[in-house]
Design a protein around this ligand. Structure first.
Ligand SMILES: Cc1ncc(COP(=O)(O)O)c(C=O)c1O
Length: 394
């Protein structure tokens, strides 16, 4: 058996070794990393709410009133009135009967899928679904069937072949590493045809797409059609935590069966108050979402015109596909030297040979910052041979 030390060496040899970078400031469009202020061009803080004064005020007030900890798990002494208020608010935001808060989005997927399903179920999952969905499926006793990414024909073929007594189709709404949107209308049609329940992970859609920021369903005009809406409070909403919104009986059942809900100390008052404030901002401030949409479309088009391999899309997640991990790492390192932070995303987070720089735009980015970043990206892309030369002068 390899020692742990040998395993670490193997990770290093394969080019997969990862280092933590520590941020020493509030997160705006820029932040201080290793003592230098750098432009953040890869954060999930899409609306810039991480450092919003209104959210900070809400957190401070909650700490003054309720203290800092919840002191217990949800089914013992940890459920505070703020939990109930937030769960009701999530239900009204997502237009469902009930909301249920978990401590993270990861725990929401893990607990919901493994708590809902047992050996009588088959779970059908998109190949590029987030790791927390995959782990939820693995933890469950259900049969786990993976269908090709966004491939409706493959989903239907597999539903016909592997359908069990109970079935669940689960997909990311917006895929985290590619930024594309799931073909939800077709997924719902096929799932209905085969009597399967549906679950959508809207971690990167909540607050970002749809007129009121309600996510993929709202964006595609399908509100109310998905059985279980999952989301996070940690990305566009600027704080932390995860949730589902669904029918009353599903939430009631999961309160008994979702282990990540039952066996973990509940979220703190400050976190809950922050989320309550951010949902109201997200719902009412569509101008921020609109700016994000316009800036993202422009930035994506500029990168494409420079010859970078960037897929079409409508979300603020803009992957620059590089392929080779070493080249991606070098690109990221050189950008950091120029004070732009875009980590390289490598396997196993993304499939082999698809390493990428995952650019994300925030509503708080200034035009000048983005224009400057484009200049730097253009020069480096040409120097490192990443752009194909279209529009690049190097
Ligand atoms: C698609 C998706 N689902 C779930 C999660 C987990 O959410 P959280 O970071 O709140 O645990 C993430 C975030 O990493 C994600 O990208």
């Amino acid at each position: 058996m390899d020692s742990i030390g040998q395993k670490i060496e193997n990770i290093k040899r394969s080019g997969g070794y990862r280092e933590l970078r520590y941020i020493n400031s509030a997160q705006g469009s820029s932040a201080v990393i290793d003592g230098r202020r750098v432009l953040l061009l890869s954060s999930n803080n899409y609306l810039g709410l991480c450092n919003d004064e209104r959210l900070k005020e809400a957190a401070i007030e909650a700490v003054k009133t309720y203290g800092v900890g919840s002191g217990g798990s949800r089914l013992t002494t940890g459920s505070m009135a703020l939990h109930r208020e937030l769960e009701e608010r999530i239900a009204s935001f997502k237009k469902r009967e009930c909301g249920m808060v978990y401590n993270t989005g990861y725990m929401a997927n893990l607990g919901t899928i493994s708590g809902l399903t047992d050996e009588s179920w088959t779970v059908f999952s998109d190949r590029l679904n987030h790791a927390s969905i995959v782990d939820g499926c693995r933890l469950s006793k259900a049969k786990f069937v993976v269908y090709k990414h966004c491939d409706i024909k493959d989903l239907e073929k597999k539903l016909k072949r592997y359908k069990g007594k109970n079935n669940l189709v689960v997909t990311d709404g917006v895929f985290s590493m590619d930024g594309n949107i799931a073909p939800l209308k077709d997924i719902l049609r096929i799932a209905k045809r085969h009597g399967a329940m549906t679950m959508v992970d809207d971690a990167h859609a909540t607050g970002v797409i749809g007129k009121h920021g309600r996510g993929t369903e709202e964006y595609l005009g399908l509100e109310g059609e998905v059985d279980i809406q999952m989301g996070t409070l940690s990305k566009a909403l600027g704080g932390e935590g995860g949730f589902i919104a669904s029918r009353k009986e599903i939430v009631e059942y999961l309160r008994h069966r979702a282990k990540s809900f039952v066996y973990s100390t509940a979220l703190s008052p400050a976190t809950l108050a922050t989320a309550l404030a951010s949902i109201s901002i997200v719902e009412s401030e569509s101008f921020s979402r609109e700016k994000l949409r316009i800036d993202s479309a422009w930035f994506r088009a500029e990168l494409q015109a420079m010859g970078f391999s960037v897929p079409d899309g409508v979300t603020p997640i803009i992957p620059i596909l590089v392929g080779d991990s070493d080249l991606g790492m070098e690109f990221s390192r050189r950008l950091m030297e120029s004070r732009i932070y875009i980590p390289c995303i490598r396997p196993p987070t993304v499939p082999k040979n698809t390493s990428r720089l995952r650019v994300t735009i925030m509503a708080t980015h200034k035009r000048e910052e983005l224009e400057w970043a484009l200049e730097v990206l253009k020069d480096l892309g040409a120097e490192l041979g990443i752009t194909r030369g279209v529009g690049a002068d190097g």
